[in-house]
Design a protein around this ligand. Structure first.
Ligand code: PMT
Length: 399
């Protein structure tokens, strides 16, 4: 964990005393640990405890700006490679689930782009309360990773589920997180994203509902691990993620030309784009007038870019996506083998919370041997991080 930057958010529960051991273990393993405490947390453990264990100043008050050259909650939010909330009380979980930002911890959390682990700790009945469970579901769907509490004797006297995970297990989860995505420095990723637009006339086109969010998240996740990322993007409203080179295209043909021109340089190709399968045969040069009651538009097939990549690829690790509405596993596995992919990410786009446009997805990843990863509804950014982790893992054994 040498040099990894972990921000630990401590909320006001008795399990705060166990977090001292967790912070100590992170620091001993070489992590750069910063602690943010809520005011209630300071009733259980003093900031001095965490300052001594982490060797860093502990933040409690949003307005305690020690360094005038930065805004401290944004600085801490940007600093983190990983955020861990421990103990996560019912109160902090509710605030996070609803986007409240009324203290240093919640304000920093809203501003961070880093993955967040949440280690709940509370009374068993609070934990089972449907409102708390609903809030935790919201966090899971937003891509937060929940570390389920264990069962046993609780500090309040009850026996049941609600004990925060033990410090050594929390430290092991953090270590596993950093191991999960190897460093991708020196690897070149070619990622496609968004829809294509196929002109009918100068003012109309055929397209689809892809927003580009899934592909941009993949590009961002790969770049955050040090990869050199080229993003070939159809028309979207999104800005290019930091450190990612973007080439903008409009039609399937332009995407094809760009991808084929760049593929030899790539180590990994991820085809997230929703490329049009058909385009008008003869796009009109001037706007089509509505003279007839019915109109027939003749379409022709576009080039299947993925199929061409599958045929031409040499050393490249090739990942495709499959947007299906039925028989998802069957159709995805057929595409995997027909297009000679190494992995295919299948999303059932008929399910609420999956597929086009939204911020979340539900995916199953297949390789030639079978299922490689399955994720319940979670944010596209978290799907992208887990996918990039899987690609990183596979790259080591890939020639
Ligand atoms: O952009 P978002 O709003 O975030 O939505 C994400 C998404 C639903 C678009 C994404 O998750 C997704 O599923 N992308 C693939 C969509 C698609 O075109 O699937 P497909 O099953 O039709 O195609 C299979 C694969 O072949 C894809 O990798 C596709 O990029 C590729 N293909 C398809 C047609 C074509 N002419 N050329 C291709 O390369």
């Amino acid at each position: 964990m040498e040099g990894k930057r972990v921000v630990v958010g401590v909320a006001g529960g008795i399990a705060a005393f166990k977090v001292a051991g967790f912070v100590s273990q992170l620091a001993q393993r070489g992590a750069d640990v910063r602690v943010i405490m809520t005011r209630s947390a300071t009733q259980f453990v003093t900031p001095l405890t965490f300052q001594t264990l982490s060797r860093n100043h502990v933040a409690v008050d949003t307005f305690d700006e020690k360094d005038p050259s930065v805004v401290s909650h944004i600085d801490l939010a940007d600093h983190a490679d990983l955020f861990v909330i421990a103990p996560a009380t019912a109160n902090i979980i509710a605030k996070m689930a609803h986007g409240l930002a009324d203290d240093m911890l919640t304000t920093t959390l809203l501003a961070t782009q880093a993955p967040v682990m949440v280690a709940p700790a509370m009374n068993v009945h609070m934990y089972q309360n449907p409102v708390v469970q609903e809030n935790m579901d919201r966090l899971r769907q937003a891509g937060y990773r929940l570390i389920e509490p264990g069962s046993g004797q609780l500090a309040c006297g009850y026996v049941g589920q609600g004990r925060m995970e033990e410090p050594e297990n929390l430290a092991a989860a953090v270590e596993a997180f950093f191991r999960e995505t190897p460093d991708l420095s020196g690897k070149r990723f070619l990622v496609t994203a968004g829809p294509t637009r196929e002109p009918i006339d100068p003012v109309r086109y055929l397209s689809n509902r892809s927003s580009g969010k899934m592909g941009y998240a993949v590009a961002e996740a790969a770049a955050s691990k040090g990869a050199d990322v080229l993003l070939v993007s159809g028309p979207t409203e999104l800005s290019a993620p930091a450190g990612v080179r973007r080439v903008e295209v409009t039609t399937a043909e332009q995407m094809y030309q760009t991808v084929i021109g760049e593929m030899d340089e790539a180590d990994v190709i991820v085809k997230t784009a929703a490329v049009a399968d058909y385009r008008p045969v003869n796009p009109a040069e001037s706007k089509i007038k509505k003279n007839e009651e019915n109109m027939v538009l003749e379409l022709e097939k576009t080039t299947d870019i993925a199929e061409v990549i599958g045929k031409r690829k040499k050393h490249q690790f090739f990942v495709g996506f499959a947007a299906e509405t039925d028989r998802v596993a069957k159709y995805a596995q057929e595409k995997l083998s027909r297009k000679n992919m190494d992995l295919i990410v299948a999303n059932d786009v008929s399910r609420p919370g999956a597929g086009f446009d939204g911020d979340t997805n539900i995916v199953t990843v297949w390789d030639k041997e079978g299922e490689a990863l399955s994720l319940p509804q979670t944010s596209k950014r978290e799907v992208a991080r887990r996918l990039v982790a899987l690609i990183g893992e596979r790259l080591h054994g890939h020639r």
